[in-house]
Design a protein around this ligand. Structure first.
Ligand SMILES: CC(C)(COP(=O)(O)OP(=O)(O)OC[C@H]1O[C@@H](n2cnc3c(N)ncnc32)[C@H](O)[C@@H]1OP(=O)(O)O)[C@@H](O)C(=O)NCCC(=O)NCCS
Length: 146
């Protein structure tokens, strides 16, 4: 995707509202849920870093990281369904990893949905746990050293 821009944003940025809409649509509605207080309660915390992928000013992907040095936990990864399969997810993770490395982060972990674990594996993550239920669907912890 040639006109793709990836940038960091804060929870006070208007992009955050677009990100929450995408998160609700992609990560919660398919499970019959809404975005809950527990999903957003740390979004404004200084240890949280958010990244967006934009095309023509419109947010098409978002991912957040909870920094807990020397590591970071990847959260709320989603790409708009119209842009999936176009390397947007891999690009936003690669961009975020460079920023996180500059920040001193040396390891990323994620509680990945088993249905998309292949995506994380393609980005260099490896499985480090048994499958477990979360939000009613199987998840697995994955990790990657930067
Ligand atoms: C999972 C998701 C983030 C992937 O983003 P994407 O932009 O479609 O993925 P990319 O196009 O960057 O794919 C990168 C690589 O991962 C692979 N991949 C992508 N989704 C995959 C999946 N579900 N299973 C296995 N491999 C996958 C691609 O084939 C590609 O491989 P390649 O490098 O050999 O071509 C996106 O499909 C999504 O938002 N899904 C719905 C929300 C969700 O489940 N989020 C994750 C919660 S843990």
């Amino acid at each position: 995707m040639t006109d793709l821009i990836i940038k960091q944003y804060e929870s006070a940025d208007p992009l955050y509202c677009q990100a929450c809409s995408l998160r609700e649509r992609l990560l919660r509605e398919p499970l019959g849920m809404r975005l809950r207080e527990v999903d957003v309660q740390y979004d404004g915390h200084p240890n949280m870093m958010h990244f967006a992928a934009l095309v023509g000013g419109q947010l098409i992907a978002t991912v957040s990281f909870w920094i807990k040095m020397p590591g970071a936990e990847l959260r709320q990864m989603c790409v708009d369904s119209t842009a999936q399969g176009l390397n947007v997810g891999a690009s936003i993770i690669a961009h975020a990893e460079e920023e996180l490395k500059r920040y001193g982060v040396s390891m990323i972990r994620a509680h990945a949905r088993v249905s998309v674990v292949g995506f994380y594996q393609k980005s260099g993550f490896f499985d480090v746990s048994q499958h477990e239920e979360h939000l009613g669907i199987p998840h697995v912890w994955v990790e990657k050293y930067l």
